[in-house]
Design a protein around this ligand. Structure first.
Ligand code: HEM
Length: 279
């Protein structure tokens, strides 16, 4: 998928990095993982609909739900040879008892889209920006070991999910402040990831941190379900880009537009030029 997106732009020497790479790559990958269907035409519809959700088309949710509902209705507990996300929703039991209703199954599909689209797209877009702007960054990401050593620092620094809500379930206290049952809290992952008490020079990218206990994927029972998948997508995206492109730079006279909202500050539109690497 990454290769074919690069094929589309390679001759022009220029890419709008978000709409021509980060969005279709992450939406296509997520569609293939969540809706794994042998019917090519339906799979194409699913990818189109998930890409629609990723670009903010609200009506696209209905199209994703339509495709998922169609496939779910064809599956049964003993659909042979399937071991995928939708099949696990068909066989799931609540505390060993009842199965999930269609509404619940589609709810899980929606949460996977909500959790998986803007986040991974945002992180890849940040990395594209650093490739264009930070001296020495491309050379660093050309070393395969960057995934083990550097990726967590980038996840900490970019902290794609800035904040999430929680409701206090019992009277409690946090750092000396009283919390009352029913209070609403904003749990600010991004702020925690820039906490000087935990990370020296927290506002800088430092690849030599001895430990990196960041909260980019949250913490506790709701810790990100897709974190390994996200890491894999980021690794593949960078590897494929740098296999064929070099010298990414912001096109003079263009501005980088940034996202607002939960995934705040990631490039939303970013025109980059590049040179190609001969095969
Ligand atoms: C760099 C990419 C990603 C980041 C930074 C990220 C971040 C997070 C964070 C901070 C949470 C915790 C939310 C909370 O505690 O309220 C979370 C939960 C979740 N994420 Fe991710 N995520 C990423 C990619 C993905 C992907 C690719 C998927 C889907 C395949 C995904 C699916 C989920 C789901 C389903 C949850 C909810 C888990 C639960 O409530 O038990 N995420 N993510």
């Amino acid at each position: 998928m990454a290769d074919s997106l690069i094929d589309n732009v390679i001759d022009s020497g220029r890419i709008e990095f978000v709409s021509q790479f980060a969005i279709p790559f992450t939406a296509g990958s997520l569609a293939r993982v969540v809706i794994d269907d042998d019917n090519d035409a339906r799979m194409k519809r699913a990818i189109e609909a998930v890409t629609g959700v990723a670009t903010g088309d609200q009506s696209a949710y209905e199209r994703v739900a339509g495709v998922a509902a169609e496939i779910l209705s064809e599956r049964s507990a003993d659909t042979t040879g399937r071991d995928d996300v939708l099949q696990s929703l068909v066989t799931a039991r609540v505390d060993g008892g009842r199965g999930l209703s269609l509404v619940e199954q589609l709810g899980v599909v929606t949460v996977l889209l909500l959790g998986g689209l803007d986040t991974t797209r945002g992180t890849i877009a940040h990395i594209g920006r650093y490739l264009a702007e930070l001296p020495g960054f491309e050379q660093r990401l050309r070393r395969p070991e960057w995934v083990r050593h550097d990726l967590d620092e980038l996840l900490r620094y970019t902290s794609a999910v800035s904040v999430m809500g929680r409701t206090v379930t019992q009277d409690n206290e946090l750092l000396g402040r009283p919390l009352k049952k029913g209070d609403r809290l904003a749990v600010h992952w991004q702020s925690g990831n820039r906490d000087e008490a935990k990370f020296e020079h927290a506002d800088e990218i430092r690849f030599d941190r001895p430990k990196n206990p960041h909260l980019a994927f949250g913490v506790g029972i709701h810790r990100c379900l897709g974190q390994q998948f996200a890491r894999l997508q980021i690794e593949v995206a960078v590897e494929r880009l740098l296999r064929r492109l070099t010298g990414l730079a912001v096109v003079p006279g263009t501005m980088i537009k940034e996202t607002v909202g939960v995934v705040a500050g990631a490039p939303e539109q970013m025109f980059l030029s590049f040179a190609t690497i001969a095969d």
